[in-house]
Design a protein around this ligand. Structure first.
Ligand SMILES: Cc1cc2nc3c(=O)[nH]c(=O)nc-3n(C[C@H](O)[C@H](O)[C@H](O)COP(=O)(O)O)c2cc1C
Length: 376
């Protein structure tokens, strides 16, 4: 067992004590601990490589994903950690969202990058505020990676929050071009971080979003010199009634997929899914910072949102390949099976990943595969 695996296991056993501390102390301790852990974790390359069985792989856009599951954006904020997850057997990799300018992220009440797990609820909140080193730095880092067959490399971009559109759009296009030049295999357009101004927790097809999609369609998608899928990541809070027109807007503009979705800000609606032992912490975090909720409470919403998107897609019958990717509450082989049953072949995880890592360490993907086998 590596030191990082040991720390993760130890931290998981301590998590149930989180409720015994005052909420503000828990948030302070966990946020600092998470940041320190993330740095070590991203460099803890497993000594052995796990190669999933060939029948577990999914081919989409001509790319082979050796498993229908990989990390959600934000796990590796600096574009590090590819060697870790590719050796673990991940189906792919995506770096944290970058913006055109370096962002320090959020600090409040002396807590930098506030985040907290809700241990009894298989959930967590964060109000990090997209801290990142900018498109250029992360693109350079991704350019230096040795691609592992079966584990495509993704980048995640957002337009600079709070910047005038006239400046933000060209800078977003520059970012897309940098990642294209860096040789990434696919790109996520993050439209749904609830922790920065200008993003929508609840995706609506407003004029600003349409202008962004139009600009990317004309100035990037139509001019790609190689196959480079671009997918839009929207919130799990998106109203189901909005999804068909969002899918249509993406398909018509030549986008290659949709990820549903991101974290949630529907605190009141999802509060009943928080275990009563975590409720005080949940109320403290959401009233002090707000932030986005991740994990098990999103499981049904992400499935329903994806199912709605798949149905919309069938109606549209697009002439190009377009995939629905599920993200939100994915944690087990059962979730992957549920996705498959509604016609979704690609999944991402964040909270579920770290819960699994705390239990089985670097065997996270091997463990999922062994449970998928049981279900054949
Ligand atoms: C600490 C943290 C940081 C995140 N950073 C990003 C990010 O940079 N870009 C992004 O698109 N999503 C980000 N997310 C959202 C996740 O990618 C994912 O959409 C969300 O956690 C729901 O998935 P889950 O239920 O499997 O955790 C972040 C989530 C967490 C918990």
């Amino acid at each position: 067992m590596t030191l990082v695996e040991y720390i993760a296991r130890f931290e998981q056993s301590l998590r149930s004590l989180v409720g015994a501390l005052p909420s503000s102390v828990s948030v302070r301790l966990f946020s600092a601990g998470r940041t320190a852990f993330a740095k070590r974790f991203a460099h803890d390359v497993p000594s052995k490589t796990y190669v999933p069985p060939a029948e577990s792989s999914v081919t989409a856009w001509g790319l082979r994903f050796q498993l229908p599951l990989w990390n959600a954006a934000g796990m590796f904020k600096k574009g590090e950690g590819y060697d870790v997850v590719s050796r673990q057997g991940a189906g792919g990799y995506v770096a944290g969202t970058t913006t055109s300018r370096v962002r320090a992220g959020n600090t409040r009440n002396g807590v930098t990058w506030p985040a907290i797990p809700y241990p009894h609820s298989h959930a967590g909140s964060n109000w990090m505020g997209l801290p990142n080193e900018g498109h250029a730095t992360v693109a350079r880092r991704l350019a230096s990676l040795q691609h592992v067959e079966g584990c495509p490399i993704g980048a995640s971009v957002s337009s600079e929050p709070g910047l005038e559109e006239a400046q933000a759009l060209p800078e977003l296009l520059d970012g897309l071009a940098m990642y294209a030049d860096a040789g990434v295999d696919y790109i996520e357009l993050n439209e749904s971080c609830p922790n920065v101004p200008g993003h929508h927790g609840v995706a609506v097809l407003d004029d600003a979003l349409l202008r962004r999609l139009d600009t990317i369609a004309v100035r990037f998608l139509a001019q790609r010199k190689r196959p480079l899928p671009v997918v839009a990541k929207l919130s799990t809070d998106t109203q189901l009634a909005q999804i068909p027109e969002l899918v249509q807007a993406l398909v018509e503009r030549g986008f290659d997929g949709i990820i549903l979705g991101n974290t949630s800000t529907r605190y009141a609606e999802l509060r009943p899914l928080i275990d009563e032992r975590d409720v005080e912490l949940f109320d403290h975090f959401t009233s002090t910072f707000g932030g986005g909720l991740s994990g098990a409470p999103l499981r049904n919403d992400s499935l329903l949102a994806c199912s709605t998107a798949v149905d919309a897609l069938k109606e549209l019958d697009p002439s190009h390949e377009f995939h629905v990717i599920r993200c939100g509450g994915v944690a087990t082989a059962d979730d992957i099976l549920a996705s498959r049953l509604i016609g979704v072949r690609l999944n991402q995880w964040y909270v579920g990943y770290f819960e699994a890592f705390g239990k089985v360490g670097h065997n996270v993907y091997g463990d999922v595969v062994s449970r998928m086998r049981d279900k054949r």
